[in-house]
Design a protein around this ligand. Structure first.
Ligand SMILES: [Zn+2]
Length: 264
């Protein structure tokens, strides 16, 4: 890629992220590339999303529960107001009210969205485990005015899938599709490509149809990502999202291909 200054050589650079949410300032530093000519820094969008997700993960773990954090984690969970309203049985205006301090926030709703965020960051966990989130209103937050340095998770979707699979828990493809809000058939196609490169391998899950549990070649996420990179895997490549049906709720299972099989 050639810079607008005409230079095509790159130089390593650092980029600092900084964002203040509900009184806490979050920072992170990432290795990026810059133009060797003019010094313009190139920050991939997947890295910006990774920073927003890291902030959301921290807020989901520790709160505080307030309008600003609710909006932040809802967006990070990738759930639209209309969709969340349908899940909760409230109106989109109610959610807009929670996100603008016009209405006191429903703490159960906050915890549900926080759980969705953490499923996407750490992989799915039992609901009871997920709902143990500190009950901390913004006004009494000890974090106000403090600065918090975040470790940036991998940015690209393929990198996120590999990181989940390298974690301490073995997930099925359906678990990963649910946690990362991905189309199951598209995810399976991607997993098979990674398996063909020897990065992961599949074990059928008895009694769960065609679901497979995927085991990584190494439990060290950084090493797995390096091996994938060395094998030519495009770690930033997107994976299709589930198609949303008319009711606004995701239908990851059964996959669209099995629907076609039964209706034809
Ligand atoms: Zn340049």
């Amino acid at each position: 890629m050639t810079c607008r200054c005409g230079e095509s050589n790159k130089a390593p650079a650092k980029h600092s992220f900084r964002r203040t949410v509900a009184g806490t300032t979050f920072t992170a530093t990432a290795d990026v590339e810059s133009c060797a000519g003019c010094g313009d820094v190139y920050v991939p969008s997947s890295l910006m999303l990774a920073f927003e997700r890291a902030v959301a993960g921290e807020l989901a773990r520790r709160g505080p529960i307030c309008d600003e954090t609710f909006r932040w984690i809802r967006k990070a969970a990738g759930v639209e107001r209309g969709e969340l309203a349908q899940i909760l049985g409230v109106t989109p205006e109610t959610i807009a009210g929670w996100e603008s301090e016009r209405r006191p926030i429903d703490h159960a709703a906050w915890r549900l969205v926080a759980a969705m965020v953490l499923d996407g960051v750490e992989g799915p966990r039992a609901v009871r485990t997920r709902l143990k989130i500190p009950h901390r209103p913004a006004a009494t937050s000890a974090a106000i005015g403090t600065e918090h340095v975040l470790e940036l998770p991998p940015g690209g979707m393929v990198a996120r899938v590999l990181s989940l699979l390298a974690g301490p828990i073995d997930f099925t493809d359906a678990d990963v599709a649910d946690a990362l809000d991905l189309d199951l058939a598209a995810l399976r196609a991607q997993l098979r490509e990674l398996a063909a490169l020897g990065l992961i391998r599949a074990t059928p899950v008895p009694g769960q149809g065609d679901a497979e549990r995927w085991t990584p070649s190494t439990r060290d996420p950084a090493a797995l990502l390096r091996a994938a990179d060395a094998a030519g895997v495009e770690l930033d490549a997107p994976i299709a999202r589930p198609s949303r049906k008319g009711d606004g709720v995701a239908h990851a299972r059964p996959s669209s291909s099995s629907w076609r099989a039964t209706s034809s």
